[in-house]
Design a protein around this ligand. Structure first.
Ligand code: ADP
Ligand code: MG
Length: 398
């Protein structure tokens, strides 16, 4: 896939109507009060919005929220987002009552340069997730330029993330530009050595990432719940640890393949285990190949921490996807914390992809020490798998 795409700076937007796809899929309070519990995604969109407004564009912003499945679900209205965006911009945000209906059309037609409006939740339209060309055409008809800045949604070929690009000149905003530059750069032309740290819960959900990174990394570090399927495949006793029987052969094949390619594949020498999966379970450090029958692996041990920290020390680039242990329980967060710390101290370009990994790095206080924390969970995973991202492929090549 070509990651070199035109950006909002490569196209004239002055005085033009710009359809801007944002990722305003923010978490809302469960009580239906319309309170946004984390406005990070709205704030992340501000640089592109502010740039467009400064260029005197008329901005027609849009986004999905949740899964209304083509129905108008009032609790998934973007009205609270418009209110918050208005506060952050210090400027009126005109809210449309629909996506491409009469209200949106009329407000878009009346929109002046330097003004901003927000369409309703794109998934209130049945055609959105089907990438219906009629819906895409209707959205595009309100604007003259399409700017995509919703990295969190680029792995989906929906009407507002890809379809509209068939009808308008399409470029990226600053958020997508940064993701393409840093993750795309690390995949296509990494500063070496490239170390990939792969953890999280399951081997099966990371197969694509392992396959792709095995082709390009110099070192692969394994941690988290996927470790134990690897250890079992190697003849270890893993007790009650997470195991995916169906992937044992795959793990052995990967270890063989790594050896053939001269890629270092590191498994933890020791493991912190417990008798049950609980926050207050007693942590015990054991040899990874001999986890007691009544125990399950919860985190990497101190020897693994030392080895993994050493491995990232002289890295040129580190791509990290998946926590090293059950970091949600403080007693089993040490491995994830130590790896985050090692990354923060290395001179490498450090890239964090994956929703839980990003949350872990934030929660443990290392967020501002990383080169880049991807804003897309599923999207960054598919990016690291080397898959084509429809919301990127549809943009004009630079
Ligand atoms: P990401 O969202 O970053 O891609 P995943 O969703 O693959 O990461 O995995 C994150 C989850 O993996 C966390 O909730 C964490 O508790 C869990 N996990 C990590 N280590 C273990 C383990 N040893 N046993 C069970 N679950 C684990
Ligand atoms: Mg996850």
């Amino acid at each position: 896939m070509n990651y070199n795409k035109k950006t909002v700076k490569d196209i004239d937007v002055a005085g033009k109507k710009v359809l801007l796809r944002c990722d305003f899929n923010v978490p809302m309070a469960k009580d239906g009060s319309g309170v946004i519990t984390d406005d990070k995604r709205i704030r992340a969109a501000l640089p592109t919005i502010q740039y467009l407004l400064d260029q005197n564009a008329a901005v027609i912003a849009c986004s999905h929220m949740g899964k209304p499945k083509g129905e108008v679900v009032p609790s998934l209205s973007l009205k609270p987002v418009a209110a918050r965006l208005s506060e952050l911009l210090g400027k009126d945000v005109i809210m449309a009552e629909d996506v491409v209906g009469p209200d949106a059309q009329a407000k878009a037609a009346a929109l002046k340069p330097g003004q901003i409006m927000l369409l309703e939740n794109t998934r209130f339209e049945k055609g959105e997730t089907k990438n219906d060309p009629e819906l895409a055409k209707a959205m595009a008809s309100m604007a003259e330029v399409y700017v995509s800045d919703a990295f969190g949604a680029v792995h989906r070929a929906h009407a507002s993330t890809a379809g509209v690009a068939d009808y308008l000149p399409a470029v990226s905003g600053f958020l997508i530009q940064k993701e393409l530059e840093i993750i795309g750069g690390a995949l296509a032309n990494p500063k070496r050595p490239l170390v990939a740290i792969l953890g999280g819960s399951k081997v099966s959900s990371k197969i694509g990432v392992i396959n792709n990174l095995l082709e390009i990394a110099d070192t692969i570090i394994i941690g988290g719940g996927m470790t134990y399927t690897f250890l079992k495949a190697q003849g270890g006793s893993i007790g009650k640890s997470l195991l995916e029987e169906d992937w044992l052969d795959y793990c052995n094949d990967m270890m063989k393949k790594a050896q053939e390619k001269g890629v270092k594949l590191l498994l933890p020498e020791d493991t912190v285990c417990a008798k049950e999966f609980a926050a207050d379970a007693e942590p015990m450090t054991v040899d990874s190949m001999h986890i007691p029958d009544d125990c399950l692996g919860m985190d990497i041990g101190p020897k693994a921490i030392a080895a993994y920290s050493e491995a990232v020390k002289d890295a040129g680039t580190v791509i990290w996807n998946g926590p090293m242990g059950v970091f949600e329980f403080p007693a089993f967060a040490a491995g994830t914390k130590a790896v985050a710390e090692a990354l923060s101290e290395s001179h490498a370009i450090t890239i964090i992809g994956g929703g839980d990994s990003a949350a872990a790095v934030q929660q443990l206080g290392y967020a501002d020490k990383m080169t880049h924390i991807s804003t897309g969970g599923g999207a960054s995973l598919e990016f690291m798998e080397g898959k084509e991202l429809p919301g990127v492929a549809c943009l004009l090549d630079a």
